[in-house]
Write a protein that binds this ligand. Structure first.
Ligand SMILES: NC(=O)C1=CN([C@@H]2O[C@H](COP(=O)(O)OP(=O)(O)OC[C@H]3O[C@@H](n4cnc5c(N)ncnc54)[C@H](OP(=O)(O)O)[C@@H]3O)[C@@H](O)[C@H]2O)C=CC1
Ligand SMILES: CC(=O)C(=O)O
Ligand SMILES: [Mg+2]
Length: 530
């Protein structure tokens, strides 16, 4: 019975006759032995009969808790259909309804009441974690502060690690640091499962996170820690504090940067332009925007000076265009506070003034790329680059349909959350996701396989190139700037090998480079089967 209740070992009705006899399972299962293929078909039949995506999320979560191999088989073999349920956009709704749909806990909940005992508590985790995705729930996708409900995000990200890059589920530990929430609705929600108190701030917050970081690294030596969906006042600080001493990265800053840069490389293959000649206007000036801009600047520096490259990247935040002399600018915006430009309050005027070749939406302002914005980009550019990267779909700057329609099908488009193909004047466009989910699984696999001590920006640059190299002419011909999702495990191997190469070249890896880095990476991948 214990075996049937252990999701890492359970095969359910697929236990063979011999296994049933040897493991004391006879009588505990119906007599018919099913194959994994039949089990997967049954899962899909049930899933497709459910009326809403949230119900599908709950059903998949229950399968995940029952039988991990079958769950991952279903995800891997049906990634186009299932990813939008276990990840954005449905995971956003699942986080908002986390208390209501809660069935079984997954991952670790470390709350500020656990101060002084975090190392002790981490010992309760029964598996040897090599990869932690941790959030404090303060900026969940573009949905804001969801407190402990944010747990859905580390769970979803780690499911993609196992499905898309074959990191063994046993090595994956989702963590929410429950430091309270300032979300009144949650504080008054009878089903809310987190601490009903306001967020820790200042020294109390910093020392709590620090205790977690030290405890996690002591309990799970060599663990890779991914910071996810922290608000930007914490995200930059934590990344800078730990990046040179621990194996950490921030997915929203660095992972997003790599996926966006790869998308730009693809777009330029279509338009024939050079990266150093682009002018990029970001809507948003936070983690994603400055993360992307910083990596783009590094890439532009292959053919331009740093000053030239910086000047080709402009940010619009909640108060308008970021320019030199504007008061109270946060540190992460300062590189892009250019001189010689008067303040501009709105995005459309900024477009008409600066004449960008690309706009990248990462401000979580749904619909901000209005028909006027898109038409202005189409007037300025033969092939305008339009990336609407905010998540979930309700926060997307524009839909795929609008992006193509208002640019007469000339936009080179990517979206953070998925959109169906769009047919316009007889041509069908297949938009793909400029989402860090193309990057972090491969990066994590490469770091774990090489046992790198640190995660560097050079690795994200290598990941961006590796991802872009996976995009074929047939993808570009249909407007896709990324490879098809069913190829994701092959893509992750290429990214992981590129990342591991950097680790070996920079002396960050554990030992000398093997003859075949790709084979090393592949040898470590989990395959969901019995
Ligand atoms: N596709 C992907 O892979 C990823 C997508 N994202 C998405 O990007 C979005 C932002 O994430 P992130 O950068 O981490 O969040 P941050 O909170 O760090 O940044 C948000 C930025 O948007 C700006 N902003 C808010 N309102 C407006 C407005 N009305 N006009 C212009 N700018 C505005 C904020 O301005 P101010 O600085 O003045 O407060 C801030 O600079 C989210 O929706 C997230 O889901 C994030 C990571 C990855
Ligand atoms: C994709 C992602 O990491 C985000 O929207 O926060
Ligand atoms: Mg995120």
């Amino acid at each position: 019975m214990t075996l049937l209740r252990d999701p890492l070992l359970n095969k359910g009705t697929a236990f063979t006759e011999a296994e049933r006899a040897a493991l004391g399972l006879r009588g505990l299962l119906p007599p018919c032995v099913l194959t994994m293929e039949t089990q997967a078909e049954r899962v899909l039949t049930n899933l497709r009969a459910l009326p809403t995506d949230l119900e599908k999320y709950v059903a998949l979560n229950a399968l995940h808790d029952r039988n991990e191999a079958l769950f991952f088989r279903v995800v891997v073999d049906n990634i186009d259909e299932v990813q939008p349920i276990i990840y954005t956009p449905t995971v956003g709704l699942a986080c908002q309804k986390y208390g209501l749909i809660f069935q079984r806990p997954r991952g670790m909940f470390i709350s500020s009441r656990d101060r002084g005992q975090i190392a002790e508590i981490l010992k309760n985790w029964p598996y040897p974690a090599k990869l932690i995705v941790v959030t404090d729930g303060e900026r969940i996708l573009g949905l804001g502060d969801l407190g402990a409900n944010g747990m859905g995000i580390p769970v979803g990200k780690l499911s993609l690690y196992s499905a898309c890059a074959g990191v063994h589920p046993e090595q994956c530990l989702p963590v929410v640091l429950d430091v309270g929430t300032n979300n009144e609705e949650l504080l008054n929600d009878p089903y809310y499962l987190g601490l009903r108190e306001r967020r820790l701030t200042g020294e109390a917050y910093d020392s709590f996170v620090d205790e977690f970081m030290q405890a996690a690294r002591k309990t799970f030596p060599d663990v890779l820690i991914q910071f996810e969906d922290f608000a930007n006042h914490s995200a930059f600080k934590l990344l800078h504090k730990y990046r040179d001493e621990a194996c950490v990265f921030n997915d929203d800053i660095q992972g997003t940067a790599a996926v966006a840069l790869a998308g730009l490389f693809s777009a330029l293959r279509v338009s024939g332009g050079k990266l150093k000649d682009q002018k990029i206007l970001f809507l948003g000036a936070g983690e994603a925007a400055t993360g992307i801009a910083d990596l783009v600047v590094s890439a532009m520096m292959a053919g331009a000076t740093e000053a030239e490259a910086l000047r080709r990247n402009w940010l619009v935040d909640s108060r308008g265009l970021v320019v030199s002399g504007r008061e109270g600018l946060s540190g992460h915006k300062l590189r892009y506070a250019h001189a010689g430009q008067a303040p501009i309050a709105d995005f459309l005027t900024a477009i008409k003034t600066l004449k960008p070749t690309a706009i990248i939406g990462v401000a979580a302002v749904g619909g901000a790329f209005t028909p006027e914005v898109l038409k202005a980009m189409a007037e300025l550019n033969e092939q305008p680059i339009v990336f609407a990267l905010s998540n979930p779909t309700s926060k997307a700057e524009c839909s795929a349909e609008d992006a193509y329609r208002y640019t007469e099908g000339r936009a080179l488009f990517a979206c953070g959350s998925p959109y169906d193909p769009v047919t316009l004047s007889g041509r069908t466009f297949v938009p793909r996701q400029g989402n860090n989910s193309y990057i972090f699984p491969g990066v994590g696999l490469g770091v774990i396989a090489s046992r790198s001590r640190l995660v560097t920006d050079e690795m994200f640059m290598a990941a961006a190139h590796a991802l872009a190299d996976c995009v074929g002419k047939e993808d570009l011909a249909q407007g896709s700037l990324y490879p098809a999702l069913p190829r994701i495990r092959e893509v992750s191997v290429r990214i992981a090998a590129a990342v591991a190469d950097v680790a070996y070249q920079r002396g960050l890896a554990d030992g000398p480079a093997p003859n075949d880095v790709k084979a090393l990476v592949q040898s470590q991948m989990y395959e969901p089967k019995y």
